[in-house]
Design a protein around this ligand. Structure first.
Ligand SMILES: NC(=O)c1ccc[n+]([C@@H]2O[C@H](COP(=O)([O-])OP(=O)(O)OC[C@H]3O[C@@H](n4cnc5c(N)ncnc54)[C@H](O)[C@@H]3O)[C@@H](O)[C@H]2O)c1
Length: 334
């Protein structure tokens, strides 16, 4: 039976990169059926609801979704739909790999890092967020649990073992955030004991950022809490040539939602110059998740070769092409 994928095209550059990516997936002949559903600003326009029940029902039924970026306005207003989806489907591990690719003008070669970010708790959930009536004081509660820390760390070590990686670094701020980051570190250390075959390192988040930009080869798999993981994974994207090359998977027990690290990029939306590769590399993760490794490898190879030969690639990679020409170049190699 063919796999049905729920597709959320998203806002900003979302529809541009999604249609290019679906063309590539069709050329790969995966036999997927796509169920297009809305979320975010498009859903609000069309259905008066940021996250319609039909969208949730589709994801629940298909258990796999490919999602474009959704805009979340800064300041007070509606809550992030991305955060809401991760919470609703209990997508506890956000897996964000970056790899150096020949043909990119990045500062380093040989970077190969996977950030595993806790995705359902911590600062991102902003529990009990309040702004005082006079607008002078803001507060927000950060909750970290043993369960959340345990399962995301275990996911990171299992991933390391499955993919023959050598090291997991626990990234924290337990010296200052003694309760919330302290609990994450204590629990993660306990989990690490179950994986004697994998080296476990610990690093404070600020030092991690410095070492990442000076000596990224020190890192292999990183596991950390929600906000730190968000920042570190963008930093890692910068190490390999930018957000146009950074994919991501939100993994839960029942459902997985695949989305690139980047946002809706309002500064380039509508110009058809967005790099589709972050979403296509996200599709590679989705294919692996669906145990379609042969197609995953073929797609990854076609993306890598297109970039190495700098064939019709987008301006973020200093190319002269656009979203569609980049997708065509990848299709020609499939
Ligand atoms: N998962 C998500 O849906 C998600 C993730 C991050 C941000 N956002 C939202 O996106 C909106 C814009 O956020 P932002 O501007 O801070 O971050 P962004 O990731 O959208 O853009 C940051 C920079 O990277 C560039 N960029 C991003 N993706 C690119 C691509 N595929 N090709 C070429 N260049 C690319 C943009 O042009 C911009 O200069 C905000 O509303 C934010 O909340 C959504």
């Amino acid at each position: 039976m063919s796999q049905t994928i729920s597709v959320i095209s998203g806002d900003g550059i979302g529809p541009e990169i999604m249609s290019a990516s679906i063309r590539v997936l069709d050329a790969l002949d995966c036999g997927f059926t796509y169920e297009y559903v809305e979320a975010g600003l498009n859903a609000l326009d069309q259905h008066g609801d940021l996250l319609p029940e039909a969208t949730l029902e589709s994801i629940r039924r298909n258990r796999v979704a490919l999602k474009g970026p959704l805009t979340t306005p800064v300041g007070m207003g509606f809550r992030s739909i991305n955060v809401t989806l991760r919470e609703l489907f209990d997508l506890y591990a956000n897996v964000r790999p970056v790899v150096s690719m020949p043909g990119t003008h990045s500062r380093f070669d040989g970077v190969d890092i996977i950030t595993v970010r806790e995705n359902t708790e911590g600062a991102y959930l902003a529990a009990d967020a309040l702004l005082s009536e006079d607008g002078n004081t803001a507060e927000s509660k950060m909750v970290i649990t043993r369960k959340g820390s345990e399962r995301v760390t275990r996911y990171a070590f299992e991933l390391a073992r499955r993919t023959s990686r050598r090291k997991v670094t626990l990234v924290h701020k337990a010296n200052i955030l003694k309760t919330v980051s302290g609990l994450f570190l204590d629990v993660s250390r306990e989990v690490a004991k179950d994986y004697p075959d994998i080296e476990c390192a610990e690093m404070i988040v600020d030092a991690t950022c410095m070492k990442l930009v000076m000596d990224p080869q020190l890192f292999d798999v990183i596991v950390t809490t929600n906000l730190f993981g968000d920042i570190i994974s963008d930093l890692c994207a910068g190490l390999v040539g930018g957000l146009g090359l950074a994919p991501g998977a939100n993994i839960g027990k029942e459902v997985a939602i695949f989305e690139a690290v980047h946002g809706s990029a309002p500064d380039i939306a509508g110009r058809k110059i967005a790099n589709p590769c972050a979403l296509l590399l996200t599709a590679v993760q989705m294919l692996s998740h669906l145990e379609m490794q042969e197609q995953a490898d073929r797609l990854h190879g076609a993306i890598t070769n297109t970039i190495a030969e700098r064939d019709r690639i987008t301006p973020d990679l200093a190319g002269n092409g656009n979203t569609d020409s980049f997708a065509d170049a990848i299709i020609s190699r499939l």
